[in-house]
Unconditional design. Structure first.
Length: 242
């Protein structure tokens, strides 16, 4: 492994560590509480300001913090903070299927709105996230995080705080469900290629500002995930959506 590759991976881990620190800190604070500054975080973690900004951007995209020009960063209360869905076991196929049922509608709606509202900056970010999710050298855990990042980027492009908050609430469930499906798909290169192709098609529809196609492709992507599970397990465990 080259020094450049090692440095890139180290930078990525540091950024993720800072983002996780911010997320955990925010959950323990009252809404409106002030967060450490960029300078303080850079000094605390011994990293550059650019690494801190990347982490802040990731957390802000989830709707968990607010940046006030000239004042700093402040904890933000998720708009859907009273929902609960604890104790779900995503090694259980039926629970993963239930999550995919919810995602069928949410992902389709988010892709539709993203295709209408996306900015050039959103599109650039989506392309970067899709490129990351398409890398063939990722481990299962890395591919899960890349997949989650791509779907979060679509939600971010809706410019709708309610979508962002709902996705924030579902984040751990989304990650666990994607881990389950990605693990299954890893046993088949054909499935891996299919997921990459579907992501690319959704991105292209958003790029083309075609909300109908983006919505249809996003919905089909989730339905295909169910089909891929059914091909790996007994079909009666994952009933058809009718």
């Amino acid at each position: 492994m080259s020094d450049k590759t090692s440095a890139t991976k180290r930078s990525r881990r540091l950024t993720d560590t800072i983002a996780e620190y911010l997320t955990t800190t925010i959950r323990d604070l009252a809404p409106g509480s002030k967060l450490p500054s960029e300078h303080q975080l850079a000094k605390q973690f011994g990293v550059s300001r650019s690494a801190v900004r990347e982490a802040i951007s990731a957390v802000a995209s989830l709707g968990l913090l607010e940046i006030r020009k000239g004042a700093g960063m402040f904890a933000r209360s998720p708009l859907v903070g009273n929902l609960q869905a604890s104790g779900l076991d995503y090694s259980n196929l039926a629970n993963t299927a239930k999550l995919l049922e919810i995602r069928t509608g949410l992902d389709a709606a988010a892709a539709r709105i993203a295709a209408i509202r996306r900015t050039p900056e959103d599109l650039k970010f989506l392309r970067e996230m899709n490129a990351g999710a398409s890398r063939p050298d990722l481990s299962i855990n890395e591919s899960v995080e890349a997949d989650v990042a791509f779907h979060l980027a679509i939600v971010r492009a809706t410019r709708n705080d309610y979508f962002v908050s709902i996705q924030t609430f579902l984040l751990e469930h989304l990650r666990a469900g994607i881990y389950f499906t990605r693990t299954l798909e890893s046993y088949s290169q054909e499935m891996v290629e299919q997921v990459r192709r579907e992501h690319g098609e959704i991105l292209q529809a958003i790029d083309d500002r075609n909300p109908d196609v983006a919505s249809r492709l996003a919905e089909q992507h989730v339905l295909n995930a169910r089909s891929r599970m059914r091909s790996a397990f007994a079909s009666q465990v994952v009933p058809d959506l009718t």
